[in-house]
Structure formats: structure tokens, C-alpha cells
Design a protein around this ligand. Sequence first.
Ligand SMILES: Cc1cc2nc3c(=O)[nH]c(=O)nc-3n(C[C@H](O)[C@H](O)[C@H](O)COP(=O)(O)OP(=O)(O)OC[C@H]3O[C@@H](n4cnc5c(N)ncnc54)[C@H](O)[C@@H]3O)c2cc1C
Ligand code: SF4
Length: 476
Amino acid sequence: MVGGIVMNNASGMNCGTHANSDKMLLSARIVFVDGTILDTGSDISKQEFLLRHAGFITQIQTLRDLIRTDEELSARIRYKYSIKNVTGLNLLPFIAFDDPFDIITHLMVGSEGTLAFLSEVTMKTEYDYPHKASAMLYFSDIKEACRAVVAMKKLTNEKDEWIVKGAELLDWKSLASVNDSTGEGLTAVLTETKAHSKEELAQNITAIEETLASFNTYIPVRFTDKPEEYSKYWAIRSGIFPSVGGTRQPGTTCLIEDVAFHIEDLPEATAELQQLIARHGYDDACIYGHALEGNYHFIINQSFSTDAEVKRYEELMNDVKTLVVDKYDGSLKAEHGTGRNMAPFVKYEWGEKAYEIMKAVKALFDPQNLLNPGVIFNDDPLCHIKNFKPLPLTNPHVDKCIECGFCEVNCLTCGFTLSSRQRIVLRREISRLKQNGNDPNASPLYKNNTVTPETRLAPETAFVQCPVPWVSTQAT
Ligand SMILES: Cc1cc2nc3c(=O)[nH]c(=O)nc-3n(C[C@H](O)[C@H](O)[C@H](O)COP(=O)(O)OP(=O)(O)OC[C@H]3O[C@@H](n4cnc5c(N)ncnc54)[C@H](O)[C@@H]3O)c2cc1C
Ligand code: SF4
């Protein structure tokens, strides 16, 4: 949903830091915790706000000036946001904008519902180039693949536009998860270029091929501008998450992490991340994502059923923190939001001064800590290893479901009654209650409902076909 996208500062395959939610946002209609409504796209609304909440505006200006007079902090903020970063609250607006209303608008971005409710946004749109081509590049060595990405990122045309618009890395585990049979142990980089005209597209492809000539590719570089061909590459890329999730051990949780490195660090950092994950024994984990922006996701299928498994996860996260923050000064979260998982590490990544500013912003917007408590700001240093969402076994037909929600856009019953995913969530909850010796009919979920969970959920036919091919062959 648009609210969630802006609240996470989501971006995507082509957006980087130049066209993420923050860069595309023009104005917002904000509902504050006390019910005050501010539409930063309306002069009348801004004047009213100024009359009634002059103190709020003054405090925003004070924080802005405090940051700007501190050169070290200002430089740190600029450096941190030179790559994707959604760890903590968004501090960039204090540097990027003078107007307090612009600052308020952009403070919303990435705030994950911790500051106010967003009921409307006005955003710019990106130009959709009419001519596109993609190539699946294969490398025998992951470092070589990253070096090629670093080289491709530097390519620009005479208008000073980037030639390569997207470069998505898929490590060999990712390729294996979608049954790619090109070769053993390869790394792929799905590369995309776009142009205003056919001639420009051809020039772009030539420039990329010339750059890649000095790299060791496993098979010859071949771009295609045929949508029926390149859409298959992109379908492979989109299928990684559900495919890895669909093949996990029943009862484990599919976790997706989201780190970013500065592009010059990519070759070393990627190889080290791969070794780190292997060192912790996550044999089926894979690394993939937006390499052009130094932003990787890695997926692990984690059990939380024993203390030993929770410990293993904790140790992994501590090592990730050391690698990303201490060694490479990168982002622990790039586009998925801090949540509770990274809340204990916000201060660690940003340092004391920046963290204090974030806390001051939170206190200004939500003095009673009513909005999404525990998200982004959490005093419990171990909150990331507590209160795990359980995924109890419930039915072989649905145990593979990772609750990704891809089916909901096509779900006939979503919004009318429960969606397929919601049915699965409730079935799991019923199983969890039963396994713990509780009566699901006594659950607060049903206390005002004359329909019992069984009558709502019993028929197997209640589940629609899962649209994710890799999952659907084995699951719902
Ligand atoms: C399979 C998958 C692939 C993804 N790929 C990408 C990707 O390529 N690039 C990328 O950037 N991100 C990606 N994401 C993460 C992405 O940022 C979020 O999943 C998504 O954009 C959030 O939208 P949502 O509607 O699901 O929000 P939710 O998860 O429902 O909400 C996100 C946060 O915002 C808050 N929130 C939501 N709406 C409002 C509102 N109106 N007002 C105030 N607070 C609100 C919620 O409380 C929550 O804290 C991916 C996620 C998944 C599951
Ligand atoms: S059933 Fe829906 S929520 Fe579950 S894995 Fe398939 S697409 Fe995702």
C-alpha cells in the first residue's frame, strides 16, 4: 500500500536513493496523535497549523538549526544517506529542506507509523523509458560479479544519465532455488538498461558490453529487448523470496534481511557476508538484491523452537552488525524499515548525537509514546530475539505458505470476507491454541462472532490456488 511504502521509504529495483519514496514525495496529509490534521500541500492548512501549533514549528526549526550548526553531524547525515538507509527516523529533511513544513512532510518518510498517521500523499512519478533491454550475466566468482557492478554503475551517457538502471545480484543459492541450470556455483547479475530511443538503447548496450569485456563472464553477454524474453528473467528475480520460503523446513520462519554497503566496498563486503552466513550454518540461505545500490537481501529459514536456535540467530545478527556497521559503515536496514528487529541497533549504527535527535523528534510528535511503541525506539536491547511470531504446523496444504500476501491482489474473497492468507493465519492460530491446550472458540478473535472458526475455516476448498509458482507446486 502507498502508506506502507512511504512509511518504509521503500524504493525498488530502479529507484536507488535518487527516486526512493523520500525523493518522490511532494506533500502529505498527516493526522497527528492528538487528532490535528495537517495537509502540507494546502496553504490554508499550513496557516491554520502555524496559528495553533506555533511551538511545534519552532521546535522543528530548533532541531534543524542544531543539526546544521554541527558540521560533524551534518556530514554524517549526508554520508549515511548517500546510500539507502532506513535505520531509525529520517534525518535527511533537516539538511535537505529549510521550510519546517517540508521537514515535517519528509520526517514522515520511513517513520513506520511511529510519528503520525498518513492519510494522503502527493508524489512525483518517474519517467518510464519506452525502450528497455536486460541481460542475465553469469560470473564464476561473486567478487568478480560485484566488481562488474561497480564498473557498470559508473557508466553515463552524454546527457549525464546513468546507462545501467538496474543490476540485481543473485548468488548461487538464489539461482539454485529457482532451478537455474546454467552452471554450478555461479553468481548472476540481472542487468537492465533503458533509453528514449532504439538507437540510444543500442548505444547503451554497446557501452555496457565494452565495459564487461574486461570481466570474466561465464557465458557471453547477451542483452534482449524482447519483453517476452526479459520478463522471464525478471520473473526469476521476483520468485526468489517465495521460492526459498516455499522450500523451507515446515515450522521454520522465512526471514529476509536488508543491508546496504557503499558501492566501492561491494566486492569485499559481499564475499564476507556470504562467508558470515555460512559460518553460522545457514546452509540454505541466499543473498540477492539491488547490487547497483549496494543493497542486499539475505534470506534465512530460521527455527525459533529451541533456545539453541534463538542463540544462533542472535549470534548471526551480532556478526551482521559488526560487519555492516563496524567494518563498512553501511546500513543495517536499507528499504524495509527498522521495526523491532533493528531497534536495538539504531544508536549503534548512527551514534549518540543522531540518536538523540531522533528521540527528540519522536517526543515532539508522540510525547506519550502511543504510536507503534517498541518500533524504531526500544529500550530492550534483546527485543529482536523476543516475541517471535509463531508459525505452527497446521495442515500440509498450507504449511508452506510464507504469508507474503502476493495472492491478495487476485483474491476473490479479500475485503468481502477473509482473504486466503487471512484464512491461513487464522488456521495457524487455531493450531497454536490447540497445541497449547487452549480452546480456539474461546479466543478473543471470536468472542463477538456467532460463526465458529471451524465453520469458517474447515473446508479445504476455502483456500484459493497460491499464485506463486514455486510455492503452489507444493503448497496451497
Ligand atoms: C516480498 C517483498 C518484497 C519487497 N521488495 C521490496 C523492494 O524491492 N523494495 C523496497 O523498498 N521494499 C520492498 N519490500 C518492503 C516494502 O518496504 C514493504 O513491504 C512495503 O512497501 C510496505 O507496504 P505495506 O502496505 O505492506 O506496509 P505495512 O508493512 O503494512 O506497513 C509498514 C509500516 O508503515 C506503517 N504504516 C502503514 N501505513 C501507514 C499509514 N497510512 N500511516 C502511518 N503508518 C503507516 C505500519 O505501521 C508499518 O510500521 C518488500 C517486501 C516484501 C514482503
Ligand atoms: S498463499 Fe498467498 S500468502 Fe501464502 S505463500 Fe502463496 S501467495 Fe504468499
